[in-house]
Design a protein around this ligand. Structure first.
Ligand SMILES: *Cc1c(COP(=O)(O)O)cnc(C)c1O
Length: 842
């Protein structure tokens, strides 16, 4: 463990004096600190004096950092300043940044409350935030000065940042989207809150044993978490069970009251989310469950100790763990309890905040927009209706009018097995019945209770059901919104060298807030010097990833090889299986080449990463197969030297946001190869292309829109289109379809025992034969292999490849989450930015 000693230096004292002088002169010249900071951020200095002031301020930042750092080491951490390891340095730095965040966060709430602005609430069961320190430093514009401050004290910034554990309160794309959206909401100055659950254990940690995935609990709260503010004063009772009783009130009105049941407490933990280059700092409120009563005292006194704490255990279990399924519904009662607990606490909080404005409930939709991230929080709709009718005494129709004008919902998947099917109350159908009293058919289709019909009929008619929803609600109630990613985390933070090069070329950092400005890079696409620097940045990112791979897996990879990457949750519809089958095909083809021909082969490193849900056996077998193939390919001594280094296969364990930040900037090509019609969007495709990586993909999800933006020459697309899928599946099911011959050869190779005991893999192989290839691997295989060859060919033309890479980045402006959030704000939420000005920062 490294230790560093901090001693107050004479220097820092003189600095303090210098700073005071500087600030005094600032005052004399009548310069406003905020506007200087603005100049600094946009690197737009009107005169030398501003530059001088800038240098003074960064000194001031650096010095105030060091003072605060030492204070946190000695007081918050109660450590001696003579004994500070990297982890303590991280904690002290984090607490220093946290102090500055809290100030902004408080000011933001105050400004938004005083402005009585309409707020948007983003309800998401998942927020996949990753690490916070680097992000906060960059968004607050403190990275440089604090970086100098920390290096001065004898630490390496990278080591300090590396100490933080990810906040991994999500599974994959849906949770990461929520995190990107919060970054954009903050950056664009919207008055917004997130609401979610504070899981004691986030997504499990993945390790590999004998090539198999093994899961370990994610102990993310075992150390202190500086990025949350426990609000032990904000506690909401959520009731489970009991009965609803009818009574008549003073004015003769029939009313209902909920009585009995077991209350569980929701305790608030607030997570500040700073915007980029703004004072705005918004809040994600995460609820943690706690027993209302610590003990059943009666039982305790009767000596029934275990039973006495039973309720306590049950209550604490509610927010204990994140369900580890991505795009798959498991009907567990505890999951439904999580959903109700979260929704009830959040709505109670939202209503309480609204009531402080003293407005009438008819104005509720003018003050509140609630966005539901997938169906997980749909109980919120019923809960708000219940609060308005039973607790606030509104009549049914009046309440329902408010409810329907408050909520909006986004559907993120079209996979049947991902659709939630909880028995929600029936009021929705009563309304349909009044409108279309004779249409029994429509009633059945819109039913939110599962009908007795066999499930596959419903699956086949999914698209039709949406049409019926449109008929009932009207087309204006349905909109498509293209997802986005935040360029702050996915370029500026993950790829600092590329960010710097882009800023230098474009002359300012404005592109980080207006991603369409990347378009101006096209002007330099033929500039040889620029191309050279572009390639150098990519290369250094590949070296960084190669080092990471060496450290994590022991495998040596060549940074000059083509880096071919598929990282995402392991799922049959995403077809990692097809990828590894094509790796086997390529390996077998290579082995047959003469020494002369093989010297021309493009060396390739095929990189996989991603977690399989613990109960998803087929997905776990895919991981095992990847590792078995890697073992054979990476250790083949039989092939001649020319080939030995041409093929590497790597499975990087424990894919998460921080690992993604290392992997994505290093990609030459990434694979997004879901069966057409199965991936609603995907967001990692956007991250890769933004970082100058090309895509090998199917005509599915956001690949289609990325293709539209970047053009035919800069993307490799293959495979059957969505409109063919139904027919192809039908053919597999009812006719005898011949498997693709290359695929047959690969399957035979696995079955020959080349990659270990083939019996292990039979359930996986069976998905192609007995399972009748539901994801159409056989149908796309030939087109996939041919397109892989085109990739090799294109990669050999180095300069053309570089042009493609630059154009990819230049044309990704549309995919900023800022654009997505503006669209939501303007066409769905009807909320306006409320800048936080006039408050003194630092
Ligand atoms: C972006 C992201 C995802 C989503 O990846 P897709 O390929 O779009 O499914 C999943 N996990 C992490 C950690 C991510 O950053």
């Amino acid at each position: 463990m490294e230790s560093t000693t901090i001693v107050p230096t004479q220097d820092s004292l003189t600095l303090k004096k210098k700073k005071q002088n500087g600030l005094q002169r600032l005052g004399n010249y009548g310069i406003n600190m905020a506007s200087v900071k603005q100049m600094v951020r946009t690197k737009c200095f009107y005169n030398n004096y501003a530059l001088l002031v800038y240098n003074k301020i960064s000194q001031a930042d650096k010095e105030s950092f060091q003072r605060s750092f030492v204070r946190h080491v000695t007081t918050t951490l109660a450590r001696s300043a003579f004994n500070v390891d990297n982890f303590s340095a991280y904690q002290a730095t984090a607490h220093t940044v946290r102090d500055r965040l809290i100030k902004r966060w408080n000011d933001t709430q105050q400004v938004h409350t005083e402005a009585t602005a309409k707020r948007v609430y983003y309800l998401s069961l998942e927020f996949l935030l990753g690490r916070s320190l680097d992000n906060a430093l960059l968004n607050l514009g403190l990275k440089e000065s604090y970086g100098e401050g920390i290096e001065d004290l004898g630490f390496r910034m990278e080591d300090v940042l590396g100490q933080e554990v990810d906040a991994a309160l999500g599974n994959g794309g849906l949770g990461r989207l929520a995190a990107c959206y919060m970054d954009s909401l903050a950056t664009l100055d919207y008055p917004a809150w997130g609401y979610g659950l504070r899981y004691t254990y986030g997504i499990f940690q993945q390790r590999l044993k004998d090539g198999y995935q093994v899961e370990f609990p994610d102990y993310w709260l075992n150390f202190d978490n500086p990025w949350e503010l426990p609000r032990l004063d904000i506690v909401i009772d959520v009731c489970f069970g009991g009965t609803v009783n009818k009574y008549t009130d003073e004015v003769g009105q029939v009313r209902y009251v909920w009585e009995g049941g077991e209350p569980v407490q929701a305790v608030a933990y607030d997570v500040p989310i700073p915007g980029y280059d703004t004072n705005n700092c918004i809040n994600i409120r995460l609820w943690s469950s706690k027993p209302k009563r610590q003990f059943d005292l009666k039982r305790f006194n009767e000596g029934q100790y275990e039973q006495a704490v039973e309720e306590q255990m049950k209550a604490e279990n509610i927010t204990a763990v994140l369900y580890p399924n991505d795009n798959h519904m498991v009907g567990k009662e505890l999951r439904l309890k999580q959903q109700y607990f979260w929704v009830a606490a959040s709505l109670s909080d939202i209503v309480r905040r609204f009531k402080k404005t003293q407005r009438s409930f008819t104005e509720f939709p003018d003050m509140v927009a609630i966005q539901l991230n997938d169906t997980h929080p749909t109980l919120a709709i019923v809960e708000l209706q219940r609060i308005l009718v039973d607790e606030e005494g509104l009549d049914w129709d009046e309440a329902w009018d408010i409810v329907t004008n408050t909520f909006a919902f986004t559907n993120h998947t079209i996979l049947p097995e991902a659709m939630e099917k909880w028995p929600v109350p029936m009021f929705f159908l009563q309304k349909v019945e009044q409108t279309y009293p004779d249409d029994r058919d429509l009633l059945a289709k819109l039913s939110i209770i599962e009908e007795a019909t066999p499930q596959f009929v419903r699956m086949a008619h999914l698209a039709v059901i949406f049409k019926d929803f449109v008929r009932y609600f009207g087309p204006e109630k349905f909109e498509n919104k293209t997802n986005g990613i935040t360029p702050r985390r996915w370029l500026h933070q993950a790829n600092p060298k590329l960010s710097k090069l882009i800023t230098e070329k474009l002359g300012s950092k404005e592109w980080l807030k207006d991603l369409r400005l990347l378009k101006n890079l096209e002007k330099f696409v033929e500039d040889k010097e620029f191309q050279k620097r572009w390639v150098a940045v990519k290369h250094s990112n590949k070296v960084r990833l190669a080092d990471y791979i060496k450290a994590q897996t022991g495998i040596l990879v060549n940074p000059n090889a083509l880096f071919d990457i598929q990282v995402k949750r392991i799922h049959e519809y995403k077809r990692q299986f097809m990828n590894i089958l094509s790796v086997i095909h390529r390996y077998n083809t290579l082995k047959k080449l003469s020494a002369e021909k093989s010297s021309k082969v493009v060396p390739r490193v095929v990189i996989f990463g991603g977690k399989a849900a613990p109960g998803y056996h087929i997905a776990k077998l895919v991981i095992k197969l990847i590792n078995s193939v890697a073992d054979v390919v990476n250790n083949d001594e039989s092939i001649h030297d020319n080939l030995k280094v041409k093929s590497r296969v790597v499975f990087i364990p424990d894919y998460n946001v921080s690992v993604a930040e290392i992997i994505i900037p290093a990609s030459d090509i990434s694979q997004h190869i879901s069966t057409a019609g199965t991936e609603a969007s995907g967001t990692s495709n956007m991250k890769f292309v933004l970082n100058g990586g090309l895509i090998l993909g199917t005509v599915d999800g956001a690949n289609i829109e990325i293709h539209e933006e970047i053009g035919d020459d800069n993307i490799f697309m293959f495979g059957n289109l969505a409109n063919r899928v139904e027919d192809l599946r039908h053919a597999h099911r009812y006719r005898n379809v011949q498997m693709d011959p290359s695929l047959q050869a690969v399957i035979r190779d696995i079955e020959s025992g080349h990659y270990g005991d083939p019996r292990i893999f039979s359930p996986l192989i069976n998905t192609l034969t007995i399972g009748k290839d539901y994801y159409l691997i056989s149908d796309d295989f030939d087109s996939y292999l041919k397109t892989q060859d085109l990739v090799d060919e294109a990669y050999n033309k180095k300069e053309e490849w570089t042009v493609k890479s630059i154009l990819c980045t230049a044309r990704m402006g549309k995919f900023s989450s800022d654009r997505a959030i503006k669209e939501y704000a303007e066409s769905i939420w009807n909320v306006e930015p409320v800048p936080v000005t006039g408050v003194k920062i630092n």
